[in-house]
Design a protein around this ligand. Structure first.
Ligand code: FDA
Ligand code: NAD
Length: 433
């Protein structure tokens, strides 16, 4: 017998937690909303896994970082959900979604029906075993997406204390995890194929700082090559990483961060897709009425740039969830909400450095400030100028006011008469907007 709910959120991550809070704000009756998640815990702030969770001392642990503490909000403990009559259906993987009959089926054969569905399944990691890399199934070759992965990593760090770590990938996971392993006293080497780290956002000038900073911290960086194989000992534990350039690195732990894939497979052929995600309107409703997609899986209209985009960052996961729930509730009462008008916001931090980025990294980049990795107090940034207007801003080491200023600039898109003046003014330009 199927269990029926008015609203079902499929997935129990960041977007699910913020959607639940918004449902509670807007008014939801006990028994109306269920969150179905394959994870065994209530929604939490996923970014903590690559940061506080890995601290050598006073590491973050649940229940400390359940949503919605990420931007200073209320922490929704499991009790909060039961008080509100919101069902947390945990450790339950949905393996079939039939949108025509509005039915979800779990791995153990339970069925759930709904009137409105919010798809919040997030992303899965791309694995080296997906490409058949030799030896990639060895022990201690690790990935990081959820608490179970983070616990495996913490156990491996304990078992291989003060050992050698090789980090494969030079993106977000690569940069945050190599720092985390270094702070845990590992001998760290990063390997990535591109000429500089985080090429999907960083310019050569930005990367120059972080690569120098990491090198000064004792992290070795091997660029322009990839891992093509691994050796393991008699226990199956990884011992060596073989690179395409012919060199071989010793390793007790390997962490792989070579990107993610949005989890849309359950809906193949049932929903329109675009740019790898589920296509939505400005209210996150998909091509099927009453079915919404939020967070990493949604390809939505980014009004500011007049194009469909998918965004894999926490700020959008939170805001898209709130927008979808407001739109659902407004529709029920015959009202409407404004279209989603998102300003892209990404951030990262490691060691003593922290950056923020707002807007779009297209057009010509204009580096400003002091990006010398050896500086005592590094502070620099980059503007992106397109069609004579500033469209994106990156800032390392900004104060709260300066970070607010760069957000205002990216939103306002002020004209730039002379890029040389912009370069010289640096953050002062943003402070004036
Ligand atoms: P999220 O991945 O949070 O949740 C998806 C949920 O759905 C999971 O609980 C999953 O188990 C569940 N699920 C999937 N398929 C299912 C199925 N078939 N049945 C049942 N449940 C299913 N961003 C940022 O801006 N700043 C940062 O510092 C970081 N840091 C960071 C660190 C790490 C380690 C990761 C992995 C990611 C980040 N991010 C980030 C990215 C950010 O966390 C991400 O964009 C959001 O978590 C996306 O939220 P969603 O709710 O869409 O997916
Ligand atoms: P990513 O897309 O940021 O980086 C992937 C990197 O993999 C590329 O930059 C490249 O260097 C590398 N790469 C690709 N193929 C490779 C290969 N064969 N060998 C070696 N390197 C290879 O993805 P990620 O770092 O894996 O992050 C996964 C997800 O988690 C993303 O959605 C990301 O947004 C999210 N995340 C975000 C943050 C943040 O916003 N601060 C932090 C952690 C994770």
């Amino acid at each position: 017998m199927a269990r029926h709910f008015k609203y079902v959120t499929l997935g129990g991550g960041v977007a699910a937690g913020y959607a639940a809070r918004e449902f509670a704000k807007q008014g939801v009756n006990p028994g109306e909303l269920a969150i179905i998640s394959k994870e065994p815990v209530a929604p939490y702030e996923r970014p903590a896994l690559s940061k506080g969770y890995l601290f050598p001392q006073n590491a973050a642990r649940l229940p400390g970082f359940h949503t919605c503490v990420g931007n200073g909000g209320e922490r929704l403990l499991p009790e909060w959900y039961s008080e509100k009559g919101i069902e947390l259906i945990l450790s339950t993987e949905i393996v079939k979604a039939d949108l025509a009959s509005k039915t979800l089926t779990s791995a153990s054969g339970e069925t759930f029906t709904y009137e409105t569905l919010l798809i919040a399944t997030g992303s899965s990691v791309i694995k080296l075993t997906d490409f058949g890399v030799q030896g990639a199934e060895s022990n201690n070759i690790l990935y990081l997406r959820d608490i179970a992965d983070a616990d495996k990593l913490v156990a491996a760090m304990k078992a291989k204390k003060d050992g050698k770590a090789v980090i494969v990938g030079g993106g977000y996971i690569g940069l945050e995890l190599s720092a985390a392993l270094k702070v845990n006293n590992f001998d760290v080497t990063m390997v990535y194929p591109e000429p500089w780290c985080m090429p999907r956002l960083f310019t050569a000038g930005i990367a120059h700082f972080y690569e120098g900073y990491y090198t000064n911290k004792g992290i070795k960086i091997v660029k322009g090559t990839v891992a093509v194989g691994f050796d393991a000992d008699a226990n199956g534990d990884v011992t060596k990483v073989k690179l395409k350039n012919g060199s071989v690195l010793d390793a007790d732990i390997v962490i792989v961060g070579v990107g993610g894939r949005p989890l849309t497979g359950l809906f193949k052929g049932q929903l329109d897709e675009e740019k790898g995600g589920l296509k939505t309107d400005a209210f996150f409703e998909t091509s099927v009425a009453g079915v919404y997609a939020i967070g990493d899986v949604a390809t939505f209209p980014l009004k500011l740039y007049n194009e469909q985009r998918r965004v894999e960052h926490v700020d959008h996961a939170r805001k898209s969830a709130e927008q979808a729930v407001r739109a659902i509730k407004a529709k029920e009462s015959g009202e409407s909400v404004a279209e989603y008008d998102y300003l892209p916001y990404f951030y990262s931090r490691s060691f003593d450095v922290a950056w923020q980025f707002y807007g779009d990294n297209v057009g010509d980049d204009v580096l400003f400030g002091d990006n010398d990795p050896a500086s005592a107090k590094p502070k620099f940034g980059s503007y992106w100028v397109k069609d004579g207007k500033v469209v994106g801003v990156f800032l390392e080491g900004g104060s709260a006011e300066e970070n607010q200023a760069i957000a205002r600039v990216a939103r306002a898109q002020p004209p730039v008469a002379d890029v040389q003046v912009l370069k010289e003014e640096g953050i002062e330009f943003a402070a004036k907007i």
